[in-house]
Design a binder for this molecule. Structure first.
Ligand SMILES: Nc1ncnc2c1ncn2[C@@H]1O[C@H](COP(=O)(O)OP(=O)(O)OP(=O)(O)O)[C@@H](O)[C@H]1O
Length: 591
């Protein structure tokens, strides 16, 4: 372990030395070669800024050209018209772009996919029109960017200072995303991208994180703009919508959601015309054809292709110690609390269709296992979603631990100690089972977002990550999925997905768990093991609401059972009373 960490540090050291040597060579290269490298470096930062949101959050922003332009114009105008120091403009340019990112993000993140792309595209379009028409921006002619300060005479051997500035900024941007990828925030971001309900149910405030990361991405684009203005003229054509599209091509060609991919893509796109050096029309055709071939034939990009050749990426190191699953200590003022969850007079209907829940009242006693059964379509999952906060009732109130929670989001309810699993497992398929389970620890680990940018550099970060890995391994062990700890979810059977969901819930030590059809896809042996796990959780005082069609598995576990039919409560009683009830036998058991 120590040897491997030493060799990792040695490799990082060698790479850093080679990078600095490369920077020195670039800073002393001929002007034409240097400008080629520096433009590629600036676009590398821009591509990284896009990959941060597109790769990790699935938000395909076409606003990067606009944020890039804001960084460049703000700097060029402040230096030329107001005589501000260009270096003071570095944080200001990043702040200006970042703030615009936060505003655009807060406005447009309500929509996703195509609508998000179009909104950010329009933002870039409007900025380009403004830059073209306004006097202060120099119209179509643009503005001459400021000159970069020279090194003192004694340091002249270092070469062009602007080259050092751009290439060190690129290194910092790479380090930022590298660190984020090695922090516990990374699985959380992928969960927001691929399984948002899962992330919310783990207590993640997904909208805030999306807006924050989008703001960071915009600030990075602003940094690229600040650097770009030292390379010559700042004019509207350099920041228009085609720039945003080209940056997307860079990310896709190089490899989306990879650290090095955006750099490879940026080098390819920005150096292509100079390297090919043919008639411009042919060059455009060739560039377009190559890009289309690369994106369609190798959707994972150049880096993805290399990974395929040389094996899968490294998975999270497994822990050798297997701790028991923690259960949250109960608050003293909860000691007298009788009911864990209470639904009073809940009505619910989806935007289209009739009422799905009608005047549903259910009380779940603290420490009980409460079964929820009923025929298909009777409203069980809908009720689970209402309790967990994914759906808002049109009438009635939900209480969790005695508190009315109608206004509380799923993540807010998770923070109250209410966790849940989903009927169709919500997991990040490209991550390992243990990485998925560690997402469940989000609320128990302080500062995941704040520390992410420097996580691997912090001794506390390394310690916390190893603790999280060992907790995740322990939870997988406890649910009987220890053999699948390091496997990607894509490679595990459906039953193990169910167990992974359960582990991600248990790992947080919840007070209340809602399980939506947890036995689906499990073998009979696994179902028996599941019953033991649930009985064990109950013995620790955890309250559970279990939706399940396999009554032979469910009823022996339950203290109380509620039977739903066509959105109405038929009966709430003990398992024996439910079994004996003639109406239940008729509506549910079909007798
Ligand atoms: N997103 C939706 N939009 C519109 N109607 C929906 C939606 N989800 C569920 N329904 C409808 O609401 C009703 C209750 O569905 P729900 O999934 O809650 O039932 P269920 O008891 O959990 O069923 P099952 O046991 O099959 O999972 C059904 O008629 C279903 O078609």
């Amino acid at each position: 372990m120590m040897a491997s960490s030493f060799s990792r540090r040695a490799v990082t050291g060698v790479v850093l030395i080679l990078y600095l040597l490369g920077t020195w060579l670039a800073a002393n290269a001929s002007l034409s070669l240097q400008s080629l490298i520096l433009v590629a470096g600036v676009f590398g930062i821009l591509a990284i800024s896009l990959d941060l949101v597109a790769g990790m959050l699935g938000l395909y922003s076409l606003g990067q050209g606009g944020f890039f332009g804001i960084g460049a114009y703000v700097t060029a105008i402040a230096v030329a018209d107001f005589n501000v120091s260009p270096f003071l403009m570095l944080p200001l340019a990043m702040l200006a772009s970042g703030l615009c990112g936060v505003i655009i993000g807060a406005m447009s993140l309500r929509v996703s996919g195509l609508y998000f792309a179009i909104t950010t595209f329009i933002f870039t379009l409007v900025l380009t029109v403004m830059a073209t028409d306004m006097q202060i921006t120099g119209g179509t002619q643009g503005l001459l960017g400021p000159a970069f300060t020279d090194f003192p005479a004694g340091l002249a051997w270092l070469g062009a200072p602007v080259a050092w500035c751009i290439l060190l900024a690129l290194l910092a941007a790479v380090a930022l995303v590298w660190n984020i990828r090695r922090s516990p925030l990374y699985p959380v971001l992928l969960a927001i991208r691929d399984a948002e309900p899962f992330a919310e149910a783990a207590g993640v405030q997904t909208s805030r994180i999306k807006i924050g990361v989008f703001g960071l991405s915009a600030a990075l684009a602003g940094l690229a703009g600040w650097l770009f203005c030292f390379l010559g003229v700042v004019s509207p054509g350099q920041f228009d919508w085609s720039v945003s599209l080209n940056v997307l091509v860079m990310v896709l060609v190089g490899g989306i959601n990879t650290t090095v991919g955006p750099l490879v893509g940026a080098a390819f796109v920005s150096m292509f015309p100079a390297v090919v050096a043919i008639n411009p029309w042919l060059e455009e055709v060739l560039y377009g054809a190559l890009s289309i071939i690369a994106i369609t034939m190798f959707p994972a990009g150049v880096v993805g292709l290399i990974r395929l050749q040389f094996g899968k990426p490294a998975t999270v190191p497994e822990s050798t110690s297997v701790p028991a699953i923690a259960v949250l200590a109960r608050d003293e003022d909860e000691a007298g609390l009788e009911n864990a969850v209470e639904c009073r007079g809940i009505d619910f209907s989806y935007p289209v269709g009739p009422k799905v829940l009608r005047d549903v009242s259910v009380t779940v006693r603290r420490g009980h296992i409460h079964g929820l059964i009923g025929p298909n379509g009777s409203g069980k999952s809908t009720l689970a979603n209402v309790i967990a906060g994914r759906l808002r009732p049109v009438a009635g109130t939900v209480f969790v631990k005695g508190k009315p929670v109608n206004g509380l989001s799923p993540s807010g309810r998770a923070r109250l100690g209410l966790r849940r699993t989903f009927q169709a497992a919500q997991l990040v398929r490209e991550l390992t089972t243990s990485q998925n389970v560690s997402i469940g620890l989000y609320t128990t680990m302080p500062g995941i977002v704040r520390r992410a940018a420097v996580w691997p550099l912090l001794p506390s970060g390394r310690r916390d990550l190893s603790w999280m890995n060992s907790q995740a391994a322990g939870a997988l062990h406890a649910v009987g999925a220890a053999n699948w700890t390091g496997r990607e979810v894509d490679d595990v059977p459906h039953g193990v997905e169910q167990l992974t969901q359960l582990a991600s819930v248990c790992v947080a030590g919840p007070d209340i768990i809602i399980l939506d059809e947890p036995a689906t896809g499990l073998s009979s042996g696994e179902v028996a093991h599941l019953a033991t796990i649930l009985a064990g959780l109950k013995a620790k005082g955890v309250t559970m609401i279990i939706i399940e069609h396999q009554t032979r598995f469910l009823l022996p576990l339950c203290d109380q059972v509620t039977v739903l039919n066509a959105g109405e409560v038929v009966l709430t009683a003990t398992a024996d009373e439910v079994r004996a009830n003639p109406i239940v036998r008729q509506v549910y058991l079909g007798e």
